[in-house]
Design a protein around this ligand. Structure first.
Ligand code: NAD
Length: 304
């Protein structure tokens, strides 16, 4: 008899990751004589952004990072923001720079993201790094959410293979040769880089977007479905193949203020073998990968 899907907890995986990272940071800090540094820039007072950066800084400090917190008024001029990014690019104590999005109206996000030194691009969103990702280079800062999604897929595949939950980080990298993967959403932040990462693991990848006909039919053929749309509970049980893995990136607010994913959990969990929850799925792994990008930049700078 089919039982409910295994809930792939990003919170649990992020805890395993943090144990590993804390040890690595301690060893690296002793070797280099300083802590890895993460600089966070928040422009304006968007409450959701404020709560995101507080969470990121808290986890960073818990794992042994030094954080540099920069809060700017929404009235900040382009010149002032540029000067701050320039200064952080030059600061030898800073290994990763996070510019929290969205920026207030009037400030061009792409322009400022491109000002960040690619080697310090904690979010992996600089076109230089995205280009290297497309070229097949993995030793660069990768976009955090897709990197976190791949870790969740590895977590699920470990369980599928062994019947047991992985107990420590790093996870074994799953070969997805036999898997058909559907990515719903084609943003630069999630969908497009994720498709590249899935391809690099040999998955057969199909991308769906707002103009794709019959998304339900295409999803129902997939072994792995990743929903990154921003449309509450778009993916329902009849879109999911029996035994599939379903990763829910979406964050939406229901009418009652409740947090909802892009996946209708109750119906999809009846068909899937593995499914991530919202909250507690992709979110904690996105934060984890921001720290991993910064730590990897710290280690790369040891080599130069
Ligand atoms: P986006 O708005 O940039 O892109 C959404 C994509 O979905 C577009 O490519 C669009 O073509 C596609 N789309 C829209 N309607 C569709 C439909 N009906 N069917 C199929 N495709 C459709 O969004 P984004 O930045 O990629 O974020 C997507 C969601 O993921 C949002 O809810 C966002 O809040 C969430 N998100 C979560 C995290 C996290 O850490 N958990 C990180 C990033 C984004």
């Amino acid at each position: 008899m089919k039982t409910e899907a295994f809930c792939v907890s990003g919170s649990k995986l992020a805890s395993l990751f943090q144990v590993w990272l804390t040890e690595q940071v301690q060893a690296g800090s002793e070797r280099l004589g300083r802590k890895p540094g993460l600089a966070v820039i928040l422009v304006g007072d968007n409450p959701a952004s404020l709560s995101y950066i507080k969470r990121k800084e808290k986890v960073a400090e818990k794992c042994g990072f030094k954080t540099f917190d920069h809060r700017l008024k929404s009235s900040v001029s382009e010149k002032e923001l540029s000067a701050l990014i320039y200064e952080l690019n030059q600061n030898s104590e800073v290994d990763g720079i996070l510019l929290q999005l969205p920026l207030p109206k009037g400030l061009n996000e792409n322009h400022f993201l491109r000002m960040i030194e690619p080697a310090k691009d904690a979010d992996g969103l600089h076109p230089f790094n995205q280009g290297l990702l497309l070229a097949g280079d993995r030793d660069v800062p990768l976009p955090c959410t897709p990197k976190g999604v791949m870790a969740l897929i590895d977590f699920a595949e470990h369980h599928r293979r062994t019947g047991e939950e992985a107990k420590k980080w790093p996870l074994e990298t799953a070969d997805l040769s036999s898997k058909k993967a559907v990515v719903i959403g084609r943003s630069l932040l999630v969908g497009k880089p994720l498709a590249q990462l899935l391809l690099s693991r040999n998955a057969t990848v199909q991308m769906l977007h707002s103009k794709s006909p019959e998304p339900g039919k295409l999803c129902a053929e997939a072994d792995i479905v990743v929903a990154a749309v921003g449309s509450a509970e778009l993916v329902r049980g009849d879109w999911v193949k029996q035994g599939a893995s379903v990763i829910d990136v979406g964050i939406n607010r229901g009418e009652d203020g409740k947090l909802l994913g892009d996946v209708e959990y109750s119906s999809c969990a009846k068909k899937a073998a593995y499914i991530t929850p919202v909250p507690g799925g992709v979110g904690p792994m996105t934060v984890a990968m921001l720290l991993l990008n910064t730590f990897e930049s710290f280690l790369r700078r040891e080599l130069v």
